[in-house]
Design a protein around this ligand. Sequence first.
Ligand code: NAG
Ligand code: NAG
Length: 453
Amino acid sequence: MLRLHIIFIFIFTCRVGADTEEACPAFTGLSISSALTGTDLKVKLLLYTRQNQHCAETLSTVASNYLNVTKKSIFIVHGYRPTGSPPVWIQDIIKLLLSIEDVNIIIVDWNRGATTLIYHNAFRKTRKVAEFLKERIDRMLAEGASLDSIYLIGISLGAHISGFVGQMYNGRLGRITALDPAGPLFRGKPHSERLDPSDAQFVDVIHSDIDGLGYREALGHIDFYPNGGTDQPGCPQTIFSGSQYFKCDHQRSVFLFLSSLKKSCNITAYPCDSYRDYKNSKCTSCNIFQPLPCPVLGYYAYEWKSHLTQKDPPVTKAFFDTADKEPFCIYHYFVDVITWNQNMRRGSLTIKLTDQAGNTAKSRINHEAAVFQQHRQTILLTGFDQDLDEVQRMSLTFSTGTVVGPKYKLRILQMRLWSISNPERPALCRYDLVLMENVEIGFKPIPCESRPT
Ligand SMILES: *[C@@H]1O[C@H](CO)[C@@H](O)[C@H](O)[C@H]1NC(C)=O
Ligand SMILES: *[C@@H]1O[C@H](CO)[C@@H](O)[C@H](O)[C@H]1NC(C)=O
């Protein structure tokens, strides 16, 4: 028995020895004690390509074995790290980006510098990180890279770092994607002290925590505001949920971007002045992008670049709701209703769809109380987190939102439901229906005689 132990210890020591020799460079892991004392800036660049997807190479002054500067290079710049732990999404972003394109992925590890309990100390290091990156990019340019092929993805503070780098090249960098750019200490600053559309040929931004750690105003050629940019569905609403309460909304921008790389569905965004207008179905026309549909969030947003950058000023805000988990897509529909109540009614409609296999989807976009007037058409925007193809049954619930008082009826002459995301699908209709307030009425819809336009 003792001998067995000795053998095990022997094997164990040998393995550890072998591993340290061949170990792959990894993102700096720090702990809360480093955050307490604060850290000095040290930037490390980790290169991943299709040739070394599972084992990074540290980019240094020595010639690289894997960097091919004729390919696109994507720099990933993280943000503030209050606990010192490596970002949870690093391996996913590497794997997904390499799965869709043969590129150089350079993880910009400035964890030493970003790790501190004092946000202001991390903030003060952002220029230095940008200067470090400028030097590295200069060297790549000298080796034959083109600025067009440089793409920076910056998260939180990293978004502004990317902006600073772009500024040093007078906006000739290919692209910057900003994932919930940091708000604190950047709010209200002039262009030169934060990210702005002049920092790259194309700047796309996802804002997911504008009332917390993120930045409220538009900073790019297109600014996506999922769920209005504030409370993300599925994120805890109270502080009792621990650290998730602080970072879930902020981090959602990264998970939305990752989801776009998986291509399982498109997260379509609707250009609009405000979230409220989007909710009230004022912004669902995508004609300005013809022949393209409305812009899609994430990696593929560059397909809309020529439309978006030609605008004057080149700023587009786009709003949309998402589901609470991956793949986050909501499938947008219009419902239009003609009623014959003599008196005007105000209220909202909840719609449930069921397909042949028994899958159900419930409408999720809560618009303001709609106004239903006799013989007038009321158009509402709605969305489902599942895209049911063969709808067999539908149900409607009318609600005025009041708990006390008389129960109202909504007398429907005609209702039509049609998909914005899949315009080739026939619209579904129902004629002559009376809804009792807060009572779910189910029926089998029929294809409409004509398609709404
Ligand atoms: C570098 O990438 C280019 C474009 O993908 C390719 O044609 C070339 O063969 C690569 N060079 C090396 C040394 O692998
Ligand atoms: C997503 O949008 C792109 C670009 O418009 C389109 O080519 C693709 O087919 C769409 N994918 C899905 C799953 O609808």
